[in-house]
Design a protein around this ligand. Structure first.
Ligand SMILES: [Zn+2]
Length: 116
């Protein structure tokens, strides 16, 4: 299923881990009867050194989701992405859900992940 974006937002610059994350996010949103809309990928203004600029972060719209559904979506998405890789970070910000894939997570963290 194609992932919807806000007008003018392109997923073209996203790296594969983020495309995988958005596929999962789309399924999670749909499970709760919501439609995923990506409001920012490599575009827009973000913090200096933001992973947005290298195609490893995306913002998801939460405007049309009620609080209780938002909480469910947030926890479900966090759990599903954590199961794929500890490198995924899901952050509930004031106007959107920010998802990133942090390659800076060290190999040591990964060893812990695999042995647990
Ligand atoms: Zn963001």
């Amino acid at each position: 299923m194609a992932i919807q974006t806000k007008r003018g937002v392109s997923l073209a610059g996203l790296q594969q881990p983020m495309l995988d994350a958005l596929t999962i996010a789309e399924q999670v949103y749909r499970r709760y009867g919501a439609t995923l809309v990506v409001t920012s990928a490599t575009d827009g203004r973000h913090m200096e050194n933001s992973l947005h600029y290298v195609g490893l972060a995306a913002d998801l719209r939460i405007r049309d989701i009620g609080d209780s559904r938002l909480e469910s979506i947030y926890f479900d998405l966090s759990a599903q992405l954590a199961a794929v890789s500890k490198r995924f970070q899901v952050i509930l910000e004031s106007g959107h859900i920010h998802v990133e894939y942090d390659r800076r997570v060290t190999d040591e963290t990964f060893k812990d992940e695999q042995s647990s």
